[in-house]
Ligand binder design. Structure first.
Ligand SMILES: [Zn+2]
Length: 429
């Protein structure tokens, strides 16, 4: 099913014309912003130099710290009276990034989220529980208005009070839920303890943190739904940048609104089609906060060619963030790789935590792993066997020795929002 068939299945030549036209428009918006006037001047490039889509390579990148430096409204390309809403990204260090939206931006945004939801078969007779943080986090209102645009019955349940969430699913006959994958796992755990099977659920939308295929299999089995991956970032409105179709072989990137490139994060060179690297996005329709070649920090690759669903360009599921990447004794490790290994082992329970320390100038990684209830009550020699097995599997995948500590089910922290599973204590020391 299509929300906007013309745009979702646009022919490549027609798309290229549209992207170029919109890119030029975006650059004229960017010219309204002091940061870009300066960056274009420093790079010796003018928007008039952009005559083909490949000319985008002449343009400078935009980095997250530059957005923070514009705090609060320094990067808006329109007067404040045209800005009808503001979101901010979570500022873990220093000031957050402020994202402004014109009325047209809000329309564009809800249209893109409506495309996501229609693509996976959600319709106006679906009942949608939006179990994410509302407020400044874009995942809440982003999906809320997209689902309303489709005409679904929206329950703005937000996060927290998990037992009440489960009662709502049952009482209202909820058919689709949106939350983080780690919260979905927690929800399934609590539902099981309450003896609830949540039979009405048929679709789960999960995003805001990377998750693995094994996690997908587990969520589908435990919640009895089809799980879809959502990709977005606040700087680009929020959710609605890319989304899985029912084929679930990559996420369709809404290429009439976002121009995607893949670069080597070290050399900043553009990579050949199909190669894995950092995703760089130039939004093509953003009014209030235009961005040029924004460095997302997310690692993926482009999948060209038509999908069985009839749509075009896809990105591979995000395998990690270039700044989430841990360097342990010179080896690159993504937390998602650890998750993938752990979820493939039947002895492993719900949660895990990763600690990185430096002892005697040597990096050490310790992984605390919750066992299943059955596994933990077993014999002591069984525990030693499981510990060895997990360490062996991790070694095979990561190419790195790790210390594995088995802990009791339910003893590690649960996360309602984004999971924070990695604690790097090297930086604190
Ligand atoms: Zn598809």
């Amino acid at each position: 099913m299509f929300w906007n068939r013309a745009m979702e299945t646009i022919r490549p030549e027609e798309l290229a014309d549209l992207q170029l036209k919109r890119l030029k428009w975006t650059l004229s918006q960017a010219q309204e912003v002091g940061l870009y006037q300066r960056k274009f001047r420093e790079a010796g490039v003018s928007p008039d130099d952009i005559r083909t889509l490949d000319d985008v390579e002449k343009l400078p990148f935009t980095y997250k710290p530059e957005l923070r430096a514009g705090y609060p409204f320094g990067l808006f390309a329109v007067p404040l009276k045209k800005v009808v809403r503001i979101h901010t990204t979570s500022g873990t260090t220093g000031k957050p990034t402020v994202v402004g939206y014109t009325r047209k931006d809000l329309d564009n945004w809800s249209e893109l989220v409506a495309r996501n939801m229609t693509m996976i078969g959600l319709r106006e007779d679906d009942i949608f529980q939006n179990a994410v943080n509302y407020g400044l986090f874009t995942g809440g209102l982003g999906f809320h208005y997209g689902a309303e645009k489709v005409g679904m019955t929206v329950i703005p349940s937000a996060t927290g009070n998990t037992r009440r969430q489960i009662e709502m699913i049952e009482d209202f006959g909820v058919t689709a839920i949106h939350c983080t994958p780690s919260y979905a796992l927690h929800l399934s755990e609590v539902a099981e303890s309450m003896g609830k099977t949540l039979d009405t659920l048929r679709i789960g939308i999960f995003g805001a943190e990377p998750w693995s295929e094994n996690m997908r299999a587990e969520l589908e089995r435990r919640l009895g739904l089809k799980a879809y991956d959502s990709y977005g970032l606040s700087e680009m409105y929020g959710p609605g940048v890319a989304f899985e179709c029912p084929e679930r072989n990559g996420l369709h990137l809404w290429h009439d609104c976002y121009l995607a490139e893949i670069i080597d994060p070290e050399t900043c060179e553009r990579l050949a089609p199909g190669e894995r690297g950092e995703l760089v996005i130039t939004p093509l329709v953003k009014e209030a906060l235009p961005l040029v070649r924004y460095r997302t920090g997310d690692v993926t690759r482009l999948i060209e060619g038509e999908c069985a669903c009839g749509r075009g360009l896809r990105i591979e599921r995000i395998t990690g963030r270039s700044d989430d990447m841990l360097v342990i004794r010179g080896i690159n490790v993504f937390p998602s790789q650890i998750e993938h290994v752990l979820r493939s082992l039947p002895e492993v329970g719900e949660q895990f935590m990763v600690y990185v320390d430096r002892a005697k100038h040597l990096d050490e990684m310790t992984i605390e792993v919750e066992m299943t209830r059955a596994g933990f009550s077993g014999e002591l020699q069984d525990l030693a066997r499981v510990q060895k097995k997990i360490a062996g599997e991790l070694h095979n995948t990561l190419g790195l020795r790790t210390a594995v500590k088995l802990v009791e089910p339910g003893s590690l922290p649960r996360f309602e929002g984004k999971a924070k599973r990695v604690i790097d204590r090297r930086r604190i020391l």
